[in-house]
Ligand binder design. Structure first.
Ligand SMILES: Nc1ncnc2c1ncn2[C@@H]1O[C@H](COP(=O)(O)OP(=O)(O)OP(=O)(O)O)[C@@H](O)[C@H]1O
Length: 255
């Protein structure tokens, strides 16, 4: 398993947002995480990415414990994150936006840049090369030199993916990547995610759009009130009684 969470628990005051969650993501797998509002999806996502620490439980990545590591250390190990509604830097090109993300993950970056060390120039070249490569992977090669804010919404979302790809992750965590997108933009995003999957990238995606998750994911984890209530292939999960009950009033077949 590339990612293995065991007994993860996180509470806020009296609310158990994530309650003894086990989760395995195999290398090459695309794992979907769904659940009704307040199910604990964001909390679980942040426990995996390192934005939150668990009260209990463990997270292993590639065989090593990471649950006490801060986000930048997890990034260094190859975990990329596409945040929900991450901001785009205005007045910068798409390429520069991707490069800024990479600078933020190399801690030595700022110091050596300030001192203009030769190592800085090498690092700068490397970051540019990786940023160009990431833009290509995200289908944005033609947009590289345009002001980021001029990109259509679908391409801005792809730009967030490119930022995460710049660190050449082995595991990509996506937090509601389709939120706010219209049908055509969702379709473009779906194709991009399928392409990354085709390249062998392991992904975990938290998403409200159940139809999109059912289409893309190999396996789906369904949360309700902080607990895993079902886990399996999209077909297995769709027919699961507990899932149907949790989504009562929502016809999964229509989503
Ligand atoms: N920082 C916080 N402080 C207090 N309570 C929180 C905090 N974050 C989450 N919660 C609570 O934990 C529970 C799970 O919330 P979480 O945001 O993880 O669910 P979710 O499945 O992502 O919901 P949604 O689909 O609405 O985004 C909810 O009851 C929520 O109110």
């Amino acid at each position: 398993m590339l990612l293995r969470a065991r007994g993860l628990r996180r509470s806020f005051g009296g609310v158990l947002a994530v309650h003894d969650v086990d989760l395995d993501v195999a290398a090459g797998e695309l794992r979907g995480v769904i659940g009704p509002n307040g199910a604990g999806k964001s909390t679980l996502f942040n426990l995996l990415g390192g934005q939150l620490a668990p009260n209990r439980g463990t997270v292993e990545y590639d065989g090593s414990r990471i649950d006490r590591l801060p986000p930048h250390r997890r990034a260094g190990l190859g975990i990329g994150i596409v945040f929900q509604n991450a901001r785009i830097f205005h007045g910068m090109t798409a390429l520069e936006n991707v490069m800024v993300g990479a600078h933020a993950t190399t801690r030595a970056g700022f110091l050596s840049a300030a001192l203009r060390l030769p190592a800085h120039h090498r690092a700068e070249r490397q970051i540019r090369t990786r940023a160009v490569e990431a833009l290509h992977r995200a289908g944005l090669a033609d947009w590289a030199d345009r002001p980021a804010e001029s990109l259509p919404l679908g391409q801005q979302r792809a730009l967030q993916v490119a930022r995460a790809l710049c660190g050449r992750p082995r595991l990509l965590l996506l937090d509601e990547p389709a939120s706010g997108l219209r049908a055509a933009e969702r379709e473009e995003l779906a194709r991009l995610i399928e392409e990354l999957k085709g390249q062998g990238l392991t992904m975990l995606m938290v998403e409200h759009d159940v139809g999109l998750v059912a289409r893309l994911a190999d396996r789906i984890t369904v949360l309700d009130l902080g607990r895993v209530i079902a886990e399996g292939t999209p077909d297995e999960v769709r027919d699961d009684e507990a899932v149907v009950t949790a989504y009562l009033g929502v016809d999964l077949a229509d989503r």
